[in-house]
Design a protein around this ligand. Structure first.
Ligand SMILES: [Fe+2]
Length: 373
C-alpha cells in the first residue's frame, strides 16, 4: 500500500501582486513564463526578477533542444528561486530546471535520474485548469535525439509551492478551458476508479468532480461562452485536487488509449481523452457491471440530478455541451491505424493500464477504438 503523501505547499492568492508581495519576489528570482502571460499580469509590477520567455526557445511541447537552449541561456545568470507561470509546457520545463546544475544538459539529468537533487526552490503558478502538474513530480520531454517522449521523474522535482491565482486564467481561450477542464474531470474519474486509490485520494477525486460538474452546469446554463470565467477559481482548485488524486492513484485506460492520438494526430491532450472516455467507460460497464463503477455512478447521479443508471450518459451530454465530441475518424484517424494503436498501447502503456478498473485485453482495446471510430 502506497502511503498518501502531499508534498508541495498549496496556497491560493487573490492576484499575482499579492503573491509577489508575500513571497518577496525580486532580483534573486527567475520568472519562467510566456510573454503573453507576463505582459498583462506581471510586467507592470516592476519586480526586478530575471525573466525568461519559453517561446523564444521553441514552440509546442517541451523538447530536449528547447530545454538545453534555456539551460545555455541561464548558465551565466544568478538566481535562487524559479517561479514558473504557465501551462503544461512551462511547468514541465521548470521542474527540470529546478534539478539542473549550471553545467547540465538534459541528457545528463536522464543519466542520473535516480540521484537528482533540487538546485533551485520551485514555485508553480498554473495558468490552465487541467494538468494538475503543479503537484506532481514528473516532466515529459520529447528527446528528439532518441526519437522518444520520455518522462523524467524524481522526488526532487516536486514544487516547493503550488500557488493558485484564479485571475491568471482570465486570458485563457474557451477551447483551452474546455479541453483542460475535461482533462481534469477525467483525472478525477480515473483516479477514483483506480485500484490504487485510497480513502484520502478519493476525497480529492470526489471534490474535483463536484467542482467541475457544478461549474460546467452553471456555465452551460448561462449560455455565454465566457461564463466559465466566473467560476475560474472553482476550476483551478478542481484541477489541483484532481492532480493530487491522480498523483497518488494514477490515471488509467482513457489516458493510455488517448496517447497515440496526441502523438500521431496532434489532438490536444484533454480532447484526445474525451474521444476515448465514453467508450472506455462503456467497456468497463460491459466487463464489470458491479463494482466501484457503481459508486462513481452514484456520485455522478447526485451531481447531475439523475438516477445512477443514467449518470454516465448525462455526464457525456454535459461534456458534449462544453466541447462537442468528435469521432476518431473526424480527427484524421484511419481504420487501419486502430489495430496498431491497440497493440502499441498494450505494449507501452502498462504504467497506466495497471490502474484500470478492470483488466482490458488487446481485443477489448481494439473494440473501444472501433466504437470510438
Ligand atoms: Fe491528463
Amino acid at each position: 500500500m502506497k502511503a498518501f503523501q502531499l508534498i508541495p505547499a498549496i496556497a491560493e492568492y487573490a492576484d499575482f501582486k499579492t503573491y509577489a508581495q508575500e513571497a518577496g519576489l525580486g532580483a534573486e528570482d527567475l520568472i519562467l513564463t510566456n510573454e503573453y502571460i507576463y505582459e498583462p499580469t506581471i510586467s507592470a509590477l516592476d519586480l526586478g526578477c530575471h525573466t525568461l520567455f519559453q517561446e523564444k526557445y521553441g514552440m509546442g511541447e517541451p523538447t530536449d533542444v528547447m530545454v538545453d537552449a534555456i539551460l545555455d541561456e541561464l548558465r551565466d545568470k544568478d538566481y535562487n528561486r524559479i517561479i514558473a507561470v504557465g501551462g503544461g509546457t512551462i511547468i514541465d520545463i521548470a521542474k527540470v530546471l529546478a534539478v539542473a546544475s549550471k553545467e547540465d544538459k538534459v541528457d545528463d539529468l536522464y543519466d542520473r535520474m535516480a540521484d537528482l537533487h533540487k538546485v533551485h526552490e520551485l514555485v508553480i503558478v498554473p495558468t490552465t485548469c487541467g494538468t494538475g502538474s503543479e503537484v506532481t513530480n514528473i516532466s515529459i520531454i520529447n528527446r528528439t535525439t532518441k526519437g522518444v517522449k520520455q518522462g523524467i521523474v524524481s522526488p526532487a522535482m516536486f514544487a516547493n509551492e503550488a500557488a493558485l491565482i484564479p485571475g491568471m486564467l482570465a486570458s485563457l481561450p474557451y477551447g483551452v478551458f474546455a479541453t483542460s477542464s475535461i482533462d481534469a474531470m477525467i483525472h478525477a474519474v480515473e483516479s477514483f476508479l483506480s485500484p490504487n486509490a485510497c480513502a484520502i485520494s478519493e476525497l480529492f477525486s470526489k471534490s474535483a468532480l463536484h467542482l467541475i460538474l457544478s461549474g460546467w452546469r452553471a456555465a452551460v446554463d448561462n449560455g455565454d461562452r465566457d461564463a466559465w470565467k466566473k467560476y475560474a477559481a472553482r476550476f483551478l482548485r478542481a484541477s489541483n485536487f484532481a492532480g493530487i488524486a491522480f498523483g497518488h492513484a494514477g490515471c488509467a485506460a482513457v489516458h493510455a488509449l488517448s496517447y497515440p492520438l496526441g502523438g500521431a494526430h496532434h489532438v490536444p491532450h484533454g480532447q484526445s481523452n474525451q474521444l476515448m472516455f465514453a467508450d472506455v467507460m462503456r467497456k468497463y460497464q460491459e466487463k464489470k457491471p458491479v463494482g466501484k463503477l457503481n459508486k462513481l455512478e452514484e456520485i455522478l447521479a447526485a451531481e447531475l440530478d439523475t438516477e445512477p443508471v443514467f449518470a454516465l450518459e448525462e455526464l457525456y451530454k454535459l461534456m458534449n455541451a462544453v466541447l462537442e465530441k468528435k469521432q476518431l475518424r473526424e480527427v484524421g484517424v484511419t481504420a487501419d491505424e486502430l489495430p496498431v494503436y491497440a497493440k502499441t498501447v498494450l505494449e507501452t502503456q502498462q504504467r497506466l493500464l495497471n490502474n484500470n478498473y478492470v483488466e482490458l485485453t488487446e481485443e477489448d482495446i481494439l473494440s473501444i477504438y472501433t466504437n470510438a471510430f
